[in-house]
Ligand binder design. Structure first.
Ligand code: PAF
Length: 280
């Protein structure tokens, strides 16, 4: 695996691959790779000749009181996992390389409407940071396809919209969420949970499953169902941010029994914010 931290080397490698006619898949990450990330690499591998992974803990998507400084960084384990999954290149830019004039001076990309809902309402600037860095990384790598986890459902919808709005010739693949045996969606932030919180955490997914069952049984009072789920989360020890039964495409609150739906949820356990979702 080629490990690169500068743009000239990255471009030279990509040029060689393109000359040989290779299809290139891209998996952007912030490192601390777990089985969910490695599943993205596997999917990318199955769809293209060469797979580029990036590891960049993107300061632009962290709020002032969020965990940028403490975000887990495990480069050795990440490289070992990527070797095992036969990634072809790892790109590890520095913040100086991505934002040479600093964050305040950086041109940004913002996807309106989709980016304002759900997590966007609770984490101002977060999705601007995500779409800006992903757009930049897309321009640097110029992949044919890019893989993102469905666990970050709103992020995936925003990237899909950005690619359409900016006419980027990249196919976006959404990959099914990897879960622990007890149902907890894999996330780098699970590592922040205490042993007791880790026992409570799967309740988030269980509550989503119960909602799905209630809707399948014909309960279409979505706002009442959301309220009930919030109360269940609080009773389990979470501080809920939101549980929203939404349209799968617009992500606006669902009102029609016939529209394709997804339940989106975010809740805090102690200081750790967990998100999850379930497509109906
Ligand atoms: O999902 C993530 O890990 C990040 O939001 C991403 C897409 C790598 C952008 O920094």
């Amino acid at each position: 695996m080629n490990i690169l931290d500068n743009i000239d080397e990255l471009h030279a490698l990509l040029k060689t691959w393109r000359r040989r006619g290779h299809q290139i898949a891209f998996v952007p990450t912030m490192g601390n790779l777990h089985q969910g990330h490695l599943q993205l690499v596997q999917q990318a591998k199955s769809r293209a000749d060469k797979v580029v992974v990036s590891i960049f803990v993107n300061p632009m998507q962290f709020g002032q009181n969020e965990d940028l400084a403490n975000y887990p960084r495990t480069p050795d384990a990440d490289i070992a996992g990527l070797h095992q999954h036969a990634a072809d290149a790892l790109f590890t830019p520095t913040p100086q390389l991505i934002y040479p004039r600093g964050l305040a001076a950086q041109t940004f990309v913002e996807v309106p409407q989709l980016g304002d809902l759900h997590c966007g309402a609770n984490r101002p600037g977060h999705f601007r940071g995500v779409s800006t860095v992903v757009c930049k990384l897309f321009n640097l790598v110029q992949p044919d396809i890019a893989c993102f986890g469905k666990k970050d459902y709103q992020q995936l919808a925003i990237i899909r919209q950005m690619v359409i709005d900016l006419s980027l010739p990249i196919e976006i693949i959404g990959v099914t969420t990897e879960r622990a045996g007890d149902g907890l969606a894999l996330s780098s932030r699970n590592g922040y949970l205490t042993a007791e919180q880790r026992e409570t955490a799967p309740a988030l997914y269980q509550i989503l499953l119960q909602l799905k069952t209630a809707i399948a049984a014909g309960n279409h009072d979505y706002r009442a169902l959301e309220q009930h789920a919030n109360a269940q989360l609080s009773a389990a020890g979470f501080v809920p941010d939101y549980v929203n039964i939404s349209n799968q495409h617009s992500l606006t609150l669902a009102s029609d029994a016939a529209e394709p739906k997804v339940i989106l949820a975010a809740a805090k356990l102690g200081t750790t914010r967990l998100i999850d979702n379930l497509e109906l």
